[in-house]
Design a protein around this ligand. Structure first.
Ligand SMILES: [Zn+2]
Length: 412
């Protein structure tokens, strides 16, 4: 099976859509949450458990795997699927974000980026061509182009320069990629990444430039780097309508359960975030009302599961009191059981979103969930409600913006 994307259903009340992505390792129903397996493992969760909790596609990270154990080693051992024991669809990110956030950058040039490893200080050079070689060796079903996200905050000129470089690197990635998705079964789809920081005109320009290059899918990168949430969503509102409806859209590195629904309502199909597994290891478990701290004394004698209507393997088997005990005793099983619950929560939320889109009831699900879920910051929740009230109006505004949007580079 080669790579393709089809739309099954679109929501009449918003931009939300239900689609299906065909990859050489199977089909992915969208919208989809993709568990993050940075170092070739979703932390504390085995592939068997990922399958059981309904995960459809798993991420790997080219930067981390290039540094350790190296893409050559993984290729020799049969590729990332064989190496990790996950035989379903996989996506690798290019490492652009990690190079710019984790590594000690020595020099960014037109050619690529010279950096020192965060592991041992060894010096490395990544270019679009090298990244394509790494991702092809890893052999995921979807590879990401090398990009340069503009850090937050950045000046307009810095953002523009990073966006321009991202575009030139995207072209070089396309030219260097030797496993084009449609050419033969077993190929790999290369997604382009829209940048442009928090500048509306640069975001529009980036979306239009990448669309002209003709990628089989598009990601929106460089968001959720510390900027206020309303600015994040304003950028998604600008970019998503400019992307071709027949191609999958991936919002990188977001986020919370509410972030997922906020993305879905704006027409995003794919999400990834280490958030659910990261907070799970701290004993924070997801519920429709928000996260609860399982270490809290109120769970000490709780005979029922953490979340009564949860169908995950953890809630089906263990009491909240047992999880509480594992966490306060610092038992290793705590990490696995909590991670399984949180991942199932995210996966199930997207399953419910998809079913609601198909049934024409997504608006109700979105409204109910967002109103009921308490983010850690109550102000965030108030903003979400206000945004929902403005949603219909925004939809009209966006259509007008799309019509007016220019296709050339912004003026100095
Ligand atoms: Zn559960």
């Amino acid at each position: 099976m080669s790579f393709s994307f089809t739309l099954d259903s679109t929501d009449p009340d918003s931009r939300a859509r239900a689609g299906r992505l065909s990859t050489p390792h199977g089909e992915v129903l969208t919208p989809v949450f993709m568990p993050v397996g940075t170092q070739g493992t979703v932390k504390a969760v085995a592939p068997r458990d990922l399958r059981e909790l309904g995960a459809q596609i798993v991420l790997g990270n080219a930067y981390h795997l290039y540094l350790r154990p190296s893409h050559e080693t993984i290729a020799r051992l049969g590729g990332l699927h064989r190496f990790t024991g996950w035989d379903g669809p996989m996506l690798t990110d290019s490492g652009g974000f990690q190079v710019f956030s984790l590594a000690h950058i020595r020099k960014v040039t037109e050619e690529g980026v010279l950096f020192r490893s965060h592991l041992d200080g060894s010096q490395h050079f990544l270019s679009p061509e090298v990244v394509m070689e790494v991702e092809e060796a890893l052999g995921a079903d979807i590879a990401m182009a090398l990009d340069q996200p503009a850090p937050y905050p950045s000046s307009y000129e810095e953002t523009r320069a990073a966006t321009e470089l991202t575009h030139r690197w995207a072209e070089r990635c396309l030219a260097a990629h030797r496993r084009p998705d449609q050419a033969r079964p077993g190929g790999q789809a290369l997604f382009g990444i829209v940048q442009g920081g928090l500048e509306p005109d640069l975001r529009r320009w980036s979306a239009q430039t990448l669309v002209q290059m003709g990628f089989p899918g598009y990601a929106i990168g460089g968001l959720s780097l510390g900027e206020p949430k309303e600015r994040t969503w304003a950028m998604v509102d600008i970019v998503a309508p400019l992307l071709p409806p027949e191609k999958p859209r991936y919002l990188m590195g977001m986020g919370s359960p509410v972030d997922l629904l906020e993305g879905v309502v704006r027409g995003i199909d794919m999400f990834d975030c280490s958030f659910p597994t990261r907070i799970a290891r701290n004993g924070a478990l997801l519920t429709p009302e928000g996260r609860v701290n399982i270490r809290n004394a109120r769970f000490r004698d709780e005979a029922g599961p953490v979340l009564p209507d949860c169908d995950c393997a953890t809630c089906s088997t263990f009491s909240a009191a047992y999880l509480h005990h594992l966490f306060v005793s610092q038992e290793l099983l705590a990490y696995q059981l909590a991670s399984v619950h949180n991942l199932r929560f995210m996966v199930r939320l997207m399953e419910r979103a998809r079913a609601a889109i198909v049934a024409g009831t997504f608006e109700e699900l979105y409204h109910t969930f967002v109103a009921g879920y308490q983010e850690s910051d109550p102000e965030v929740r108030a903003e979400q409600k206000a945004r929902w009230l403005a949603a219909r109006q925004r939809k009209d505004v966006l259509t007008a913006q799309q019509t007016r949007a220019q296709t050339s580079a912004p003026a100095d």
